[in-house]
Design a protein around this ligand. Sequence first.
Ligand SMILES: Nc1ncnc2c1ncn2[C@@H]1O[C@H](COP(=O)(O)OP(=O)(O)OP(=O)(O)O)[C@@H](O)[C@H]1O
Ligand SMILES: [Mg+2]
Length: 255
Amino acid sequence: MASREEKSGSSGSAGKLGSGIQGLDVLLEGGFNAGRVVLVLGEPGTGKTILCSQFLHYGVTQKDEKGVFIGINESKSRFLSEMLELGMDFAKLEKDGKFAYVDATEVRRIPEQARVGRIPVGGRELGIVNLMDLIQEAIEKVSPKRVVVDSISDLIFRFPRIEERRPVVLDIVEALEATGATSLLTSELLSTGESRTLQPEEYLAEGVIILRQLRKGIRGIQILKMRGSKIDTRPRPYAIRDKGIEVYATEELYE
Ligand SMILES: Nc1ncnc2c1ncn2[C@@H]1O[C@H](COP(=O)(O)OP(=O)(O)OP(=O)(O)O)[C@@H](O)[C@H]1O
Ligand SMILES: [Mg+2]
């Protein structure tokens, strides 16, 4: 059987960072644009976390590019064991000083009202402030080339109105851009179909990738946009196997 390295042997062309998933790099014409923030939008259980982990794992092991995973959805121990199942030993990479997992699960639990000094601050805003601090800290400590924030759904759904949500997402995107790293940001896909409503994250990210479970056993990936790149925007089939996500870049997806 081919090793992970051979299977994900994408190199990433000039100014691009290989995603670690060969078929995805074909769709992306080489990979993600360096320094940009790309949104990975997907239905629950479609492999958002796995895709982001492959991006980081590939960077560290094949390109000597440090990675940081800012986890809002799951504890570090769960992340480490789930990814180890798929052949990605992040605990080892962390020991070698090439990777850091930032446990940001606390930002979901901040009460509705809190205080900073004597000033009461809405709990919703505080969650965002904390996330930005965590991003900053991790960057200063590790100086990563690749950063993942997974996922912002719980944080931004506290802001029910779109006008409120937009500046929050913008803050997060700008904080990531300011790091100079190439970042993936995940969020839950809220609606599908022809008349679906665009989410504010989609306007604000440089690129958007959508993951969907179409029917039982049929999964589809689509690159909705990637500013400054010539890309294949047709939906393509993908699967999650024992080494992670495989994208079938030349196969058709029949809905
Ligand atoms: N070895 C494996 N073989 C096949 N499928 C797997 C394997 N390991 C995990 N999966 C699938 O991966 C999916 C979970 O992937 P992941 O956690 O990345 O999804 P997610 O989009 O981040 O989910 P959530 O919305 O819950 O955060 C599950 O649907 C699971 O069935
Ligand atoms: Mg996940």
